[in-house]
Each structure stands twice: as C-alpha cells, then as structure tokens.
Write a protein that binds this ligand. Structure first.
Ligand code: UDP
Ligand code: MG
Length: 310
C-alpha cells in the first residue's frame, strides 16, 4: 500500500459525494495503490449509509465506525492507527483541505521529508475567528516547549516512521498537530489557500475550540505552572513591602489614621483570592490530565470496521 488518506467525518452527508469524487480523481492520477479511511465519529445523520454505499462500489473506501462521538482529534488518531500506507495524509471531510494539492505534498515527501504540513495562507472565515485563531497560534508558539508551526492544522502528509511513532504515544487529550511536531525528523510546511467549508456547518463550537486550545497549551507547555509560581512570588514580595510601609506609617508618621484603607483591603482580598483560584484552576487542568491518563481508558471504542478484512 502506497498511500493512506484519513478522513475524520462527523455528520457530513452534504459533502461526501463531492469529497469522494474529487479525492478519487486526484488519487487515481497518481497510479499507485491507495486506501481512503473514513473514521465515522458517531455521526447521527446518514453519513454512515452514504459511506457504506461508497464502499459497495469501491473497495478502496474503508470505514472505522465509532460507538459514539469521540471528537475530531481522536478520530484522526484512530485513522493513523489503522492506516497501512507508506505515506499517510490527514484531511478534513468538508473540503476545506483541497485534495488537489496532495500530489505536490507527496512529491515533497519523496524529496526526503518525513512530514509536510499545510500552512494556511488565508482563512475564509469571519474576522473574529481569524483573529482568534491567529493569536492563539502565536501565543501557543511563544509558550510551547516544542516548535509548533504557525497557522498549520492537521492537514498534512507523513511518512510511515512518523506515523509509527505517533501511534506509540498513548496520551488521551490529543493535539495531533502538536504530537506531529513533537516527534521531530525532517518536517516542512507548504502554503495553501484554505477553502470555505462546502456544505453544512462547522462541528467545532466554542466549547470544542477551547478544549482543543487547552489541549495544545497544557500538553505542550509548563509555562502556566511557572507563571503561577512567579505571580505568587511577586504578590508575596508586594505584600511584604506593603506591610513594611504600613508599619512605617503607623509608627513614624501621623498619616496612618488618615488612610481610610477599606477599599484597599477589599481590592487586595479580591486580588489575592482571584489569583489563588486562578492558580488552583491551572493546577486542576494538569491534574485532570494526569487523572485522564491514569484511568487508562481506551481513546475510542469501535462499533464496526468495514473494508479492513484482509
Ligand atoms: N469532526 C469529527 N468529529 C467531531 C467534529 C468534527 O470527526 O467531533 C470532523 C468533521 O467532520 C470535519 C473535521 O473533523 O471533517 C473538521 O471539523 P470542522 O470542519 O467542523 O471544523 P472547522 O474546520 O470548522 O475547524
Ligand atoms: Mg472545517
């Protein structure tokens, strides 16, 4: 098997037909053996029946059917686990990642790279979303302990050896683009224009976007923990200076009785309380992740697999 293409798919009925046609055209042009792995992430529309029809007429179409919705990143990870190809590609199923540029990506891979990831030249999304994405990636890059490329998502092609390494990483709150960077080897980016979603609407609501962002931050950075330490230190030093000041005012001046102090006290209590809660929250995020790992639950549960028989 030369190429495996992985498509995480969740309620994308509108897009399947066009997606399949466009992908098929591109891949047939490459004249090598390939497989199309659709990871059905608990869709509750007719996505699965559409996929089964495709499998009926084209055995290159393979389906991993989850028992429920486990999330995009988990679906991608499952696809990587079962992909057999020497070269593996990850694409969204809403045609935001145009399959037509795959040949260019694969040929870059054949030049000796282990991963070629796609860099979005321009996003066709509203201003707020663009701004949020772009600032998040810059923030993550500045605090992450690995080199996560800017403006690149999961859209990429990878060599077998990178896929094998990613498959050995057991972590559960997965941020696939981070794991890919973490593995290392020779990686490079190619620019592309990210299209608008073909049909339907985005499956990433605000909650899911925040989860993804937090997975990126807490899985690849200790800066939040260190920031707590330094914030604590600064407020400790300030409070010592404040106490010295108060003692001075009390014993060496007559100003003390004239300082009302009520507002100051309330603000300080609120500030310190807020700082403490915020810090505990950050620690909680790390602890939640430790707990998730310790439970050792499988990352996903498969209901059925179609086309993997051999
Ligand atoms: N997706 C998935 N499971 C989910 C959410 C999304 O498999 O829980 C798939 C979805 O079908 C699509 C890809 O992940 O193929 C990216 O999702 P989407 O286009 O909704 O995200 P956006 O492009 O808006 O960030
Ligand atoms: Mg999309």
């Amino acid at each position: 098997m030369k190429y495996s293409l992985i498509f995480p798919i969740y309620n994308e009925t509108e897009n399947i037909e066009v997606l399949y046609k466009r992908v098929k055209k591109v891949m047939d042009g490459l004249r090598k053996d390939y497989e199309l792995i659709f990871v059905n992430d608990g869709s509750d529309d007719s996505t699965l029946s559409h996929l089964l029809v495709l499998h009926q007429k084209d055995k290159k179409v393979k389906i991993i059917n989850f028992s429920r919705n486990f999330g995009h990143q988990v679906a991608v990870s499952a696809g990587l686990r079962f992909a057999k190809g020497e070269n593996v590609a990850i694409l969204d199923s809403d045609l935001q990642d145009p399959p037509e540029i795959l040949p260019k990506f694969f040929s870059k891979l054949h030049e000796g790279y282990d991963a070629v990831y796609a860099i979005r030249k321009e996003r066709k999304e509203n201003f707020l979303k663009k701004f949020a994405y772009s600032s998040f990636y810059r923030f993550l890059r500045s605090i992450a302990n690995i080199d996560i490329p800017l403006d690149s998502g999961d859209f990429c092609v990878m060599s077998r050896r990178i896929v094998e390494v990613i498959n050995t990483l057991p972590e559960r709150n997965r941020f696939v683009r981070g794991l890919r960077s973490w593995v290392g080897f020779k990686q490079t980016g190619l620019e592309y224009e990210r299209d608008a979603r073909l049909g339907g609407h985005s499956k990433y609501n605000l909650r899911r976007l925040f989860k993804l962002a937090f997975d990126g931050i807490f899985s690849f950075s200790y800066v939040p923990l260190q920031a707590m330490f330094y914030l604590g230190l600064v407020s400790l030093i300030l409070s010592i200076l404040g106490s010295i000041g108060a003692v001075y005012l009390r014993f060496f001046t007559t100003a003390y009785n004239r300082v009302p102090g009520f507002a100051t006290t309330v603000i300080l209590i609120m500030f310190v309380g807020g700082l403490m809660l915020f810090s505990v929250g950050i620690m909680g995020e790390y602890i939640r992740r430790i707990y998730d790992e310790i439970k050792q639950r499988p990352q996903f549960i498969i209901d059925s697999m179609v086309g993997f028989e051999e």
